[in-house]
Design a protein around this ligand. Structure first.
Ligand code: GLN
Length: 284
């Protein structure tokens, strides 16, 4: 018989030996998912024996995590801005930094009515859905290059009942920046901003499992900011706002791109590590 506590201890040791960061936390979260309980509830079940099915599933999960597969892909979900989103390896795992992007928009836009918003590179739909929930009068066009990602986004849109507010569109903005005569109030994006050089030094979890096209532009890390500016130039209203997540140390270059496109009042918001992570500005 193997108990909850025994299995957590063994798994923690194994993950630690394999060099996984925060091994105990990972071991606990994976088991909590299998037992369908909160991590903290595990403490009440320490002496409970695991069934054979539970043990087998736990073994599989731990071995995947030891091979560096991100926990969020193993359990297939993530919490973003208080919403549970389904994810798989076709989409970038939504990050806490991106919650700051959403929060910035909501704080600044909550008193405005019927906003038309463009979300570029929607991935799991995280930004679009969080905005739709908080800005209930808004309509959002959410585009992505990947059909597989759009399937995930669609599932999440349905799950959170925001079908009436969000339109999902397949589009490769590097080749097609035509948004017809739509005039948006807001453009938001968390584009692939890692340069090809920086990409090599990212964690194995990212390089081996997250979609490369969601992480790097395979270039200088600025390609999408130039493209998004082009779109803003044509399809953002005068007085419209842009909100973007940016890479560490890129504020100055991105401020230049935005100024050249005709943005003013450009400001930055720092992330939890005091790095400029969000930029926003107004089109003049
Ligand atoms: N919009 C998604 C996110 O912010 C996906 C972004 C991306 O794939 N670069 O997490």
């Amino acid at each position: 018989m193997i108990t909850v506590l025994d299995s957590i201890k063994l798994s923690t040791e194994y993950l630690e030996k394999k060099g996984v960061e925060s091994p105990r936390l990972n071991a606990e979260l994976l088991l909590a998912d299998i037992l369908n309980c909160k991590r903290l509830d595990l403490y009440l079940k320490y002496d409970q024996p695991l069934s054979e099915d539970e043990i087998n599933k736990y073994r599989e999960y731990i071995s995947r995590r030891a091979k560096r597969e991100p926990l969020q892909y193993i359990i297939g979900k993530v919490d973003f801005f208080g919403l549970e989103l389904k994810i798989n390896k076709s989409v970038l795992i939504p990050r806490p930094e991106t919650e700051i992007l959403v929060e910035t928009i909501i704080n600044r836009e909550k008193d405005k009515n019927s906003l038309l918003i463009l979300d570029i590179g929607t991935g799991s739909g995280n930004i679009a859905i969080a905005l739709a929930k908080s800005l209930s009068q808004s309509k959002i066009v959410a585009v992505d290059i990947s059909n597989e990602a759009l399937k995930v986004a669609e599932e999440n849109v349905n799950k959170h009942n925001v079908i009436n507010q969000i339109e999902l569109v397949r589009k490769n903005i590097l080749e097609d920046t035509n948004f017809y005569n739509l005039k948006f109030d807001i453009i938001v994006s968390n584009p692939p901003y890692v340069s090809i050089n920086e990409y090599q030094s990212l964690q194995e979890e990212i390089i081996l499992y997250e979609p490369q096209i969601a992480v790097t532009d395979n270039d200088d890390g600025l390609k999408f900011y130039r493209k998004i500016s082009e779109i803003a130039d044509k399809n953002l209203k005068t007085g419209g706002r842009i909100y973007l997540e940016i890479g560490a140390g890129r504020s100055e270059q991105i401020e230049n791109i935005l100024t050249t496109t005709g943005f003013s009042n450009i400001q930055f918001v720092k992330d939890y590590q005091q790095i400029n992570r969000i930029v926003y500005g107004i089109k003049i």
